[in-house]
Design a protein around this ligand. Sequence first.
Ligand SMILES: O=P(O)(O)OC[C@H]1O[C@H](OP(=O)(O)OP(=O)(O)O)[C@H](O)[C@@H]1O
Length: 203
Amino acid sequence: MKQKLIAKAQELRQHGFTTGEIADELNVSMDTARWLTLQKATEEKTEAPVDFAINWKSIGGNATRLSYVSGALSDMALSHGEVDTVVGIAVSGVPFATVMADFIEDMTGLDTSIAIFHPNKHRKDADSTDDEGTISTNFGSVEGKKVVIVDDVITSGKTAKEVIHTVKDLGGEPTCVVVLIDKAGLSEIEGIPVESLIKVSRL
Ligand SMILES: O=P(O)(O)OC[C@H]1O[C@H](OP(=O)(O)OP(=O)(O)O)[C@H](O)[C@@H]1O
């Protein structure tokens, strides 16, 4: 597996991907991406950072399974109170947000909207990694709403932090962040609770 990741990282580098883009593509941290690109494919000289790639295609490739998982995420989200809007982080958080809004509406009997967050790193013209992303205007709004944020994976927590700032800047109230897998083992980000189906902790 490690050799495959090294080969993939080096292939991406040859195609001009930056370290950040390789990290995103392989769902690993920046440190791991950098380490992978520096290895010789057949020889390991240094210890790898503690990290791993996530493949949740068995869920993402099947609408029924995705729906079941979204039900579980909705249940966790509702443990933090009412929800007006579910914000999905593009790209992978979007299908979960869509199904979750439906679940939450059924579970509470209250109108529940979806909104889509585009991280700054996805912008082609991003000139600074410090800039924040945007909430799409084609979906629901977050202003004055109790907002749940959903994504597939937390690696460093940077993206979730970016959404929290954006939602607050737009006058929304983030109540929690829910994800399939939290690789950082966080209990909160910027004071907002993090819920995950699977939380990773170092032994
Ligand atoms: O916690 P962080 O270090 O910020 O990393 C986590 C983010 O990285 C991945 O997104 P990616 O940009 O790969 O987009 P994707 O949803 O299309 O996979 C993942 O889906 C999260 O949004």
